[in-house]
Structures are given as C-alpha cells and as structure tokens.
Design a protein around this ligand. Sequence first.
Ligand SMILES: NC(=O)c1ccc[n+]([C@@H]2O[C@H](COP(=O)([O-])OP(=O)(O)OC[C@H]3O[C@@H](n4cnc5c(N)ncnc54)[C@H](O)[C@@H]3O)[C@@H](O)[C@H]2O)c1
Length: 266
Amino acid sequence: MYILKAMELTLKGKTAVVTGGTHGIGRAMARRLAACGAHVFIFDIDADDEIDFPCRYVRCDVTNRASIEAAFDVSGVPDALFINAGTGIVKPLEETTREVWDKTISLNLTAAFETLQAAAARMKAAKKPGAIVLTASTNSYDGEENLIAYNATKAGVLGILHTAANELGPYGIRVNSVNPGLIRTRLTQAAFDSPPVIKDYFRAIPMGRGGEPDEVAKAAIFLASDWASYITGATLLVDGGQLCCKFGPWKDTEAEFVEGHWRRLD
Ligand SMILES: NC(=O)c1ccc[n+]([C@@H]2O[C@H](COP(=O)([O-])OP(=O)(O)OC[C@H]3O[C@@H](n4cnc5c(N)ncnc54)[C@H](O)[C@@H]3O)[C@@H](O)[C@H]2O)c1
C-alpha cells in the first residue's frame, strides 16, 4: 500500500542565522530561509536597507569573538546556522603579504571556527539539536592560481567540518558544507563581466555556465532541513560539475558560447 505522503521542505518556526547574509550567497540563503518559514537573523558587518524579505539584521563582525557572542545573545540559540561570511583576495604567491594572509585566515577560517564554537556551546547547553552548514568551495580541493591564502582557508574549512561533525553528532547537531564553484556575486562580478575570461573558464564546466547565489542557497537549505536528517560531515559540490572532469566537454567544433554560457550547436 502506498502510504508515503509528500513531505514539504520547511524550516517553519526555526531560528536560522546566516553570517555574511547581507550580500551574495548569504543573502540568497537568508531569502530562501525566510521563504521556508524560518525566523532569519543576518549577522554581518554591512547593512542593506533594501533587503525585501522578513529577517532581522544584527551588526556583527565575525572576526571578533565578543561581537559573535553579542549577536547570538540577540538571535537566541539557532536551530540552523550558516557559516558563510568570507572573502577572497587575488594575489600571486610572491605578492601574498603577511597582511593578506592574516586577513584571509582571520575571516575565512578563524571566524568560521569561532562562530561554530560559540553556537555549538549554546546548542549543547540548550540540548537543542540542529544543523550547521559551512560555505567551503571547490577551492577546498584545488590550487587555483593567485589564491593561495583563500585556498588554504577553504581546505581548512573541511578540517573544521569533519571534526565538528564528529564531535557534535552525539548531540544531534549535524554539520555539513556546500562547496560552490564560480557563483555570480560581487566577489566574482569582474570575471562574469569579461566574456573571454568566462568563455574559457566555463569550457571546463559540464553545465557550461557559472552559478547563481540561489542555486547554492537551495543546496545549503536542503542540508539544514530534515530532508538531510542522516547527512553529517558531508560536502556538497554546487559547481555545475566542474570538479568531476579534467578538461571539460565543450569544443568549438560542437558548441558556441552565447550570452554567458556554452550551448551545443545541434
Ligand atoms: N562567489 C563565489 O564564486 C564563491 C565560490 C565559492 C565559495 N564562496 C564563498 O561564499 C561565501 C560568500 O561569498 P560571496 O561570494 O557571497 O561574497 P560577498 O562579498 O557577496 O558576501 C560576503 C558577505 O560577508 C560579509 N562579511 C565580510 N566580512 C565580514 C565580517 N568580518 N563579519 C561579518 N560579515 C562579514 C559581507 O558584508 C558580505 O555580506 C564566502 O565564504 C566565499 O568564500 C564564494
């Protein structure tokens, strides 16, 4: 007998926190979370008066522990936490100064660790199960040129992910990551604005195009939802297939690059 009912993907009534939720991928996460019924808190250094969905902005510098703790005092204990704030500074190896290195480590790695640590302590004390989703990257696995500090942090995020999933599993707290490829945000807009750059870049992507922030948001929210109830310690690539292939499928003899993406000629 067929008795399984369609289950809605919902976070209705849940408290969801998104770091770096004012712009880009984090903003798309916050918007989707609001659509899924969550009470959304954005922790960010930057405010945006034009945010047009229900959420509460909490000014927070995630590189400062006291600021993180004060922000969680406002949000309360989260059911779902998206550790997403991050940056990438493009510099060749020899030009990556100690300042660039420290700044990148501080935001992408130390702040991710401290946000997770602060939230985990509160979730455990409240005996509240929940889900944490880190924003890692395809660069967690590769050595894209001119991004040595960024690549080191995103590889490091996987260390945080695996250890936190291990230690928090017994408390009913799942920890996973989304690993985006090239996604259109202010961090990457310059590349998207340069057809020769993206033509070449997207040649190596089976889907033949870059990604949109909402495509990462949907994957992240799946990981935070009950639909992923037995998933922890996992990384979910959201990269149009970029990391599954060595050279990519797009050839000039069989395809053309139009309006920002590759299309087969037949
Ligand atoms: N865009 C991509 O192609 C791509 C690919 C892979 C991974 N990522 C990762 O996705 C995450 C979001 O990147 P994005 O592309 O949306 O960038 P973005 O610049 O659009 O957004 C980053 C957000 O973080 C906030 N932020 C910066 N410093 C902060 C601080 N100290 N405290 C609190 N908030 C702070 C910014 O104000 C902004 O809202 C980053 O971790 C990035 O590494 C992006």
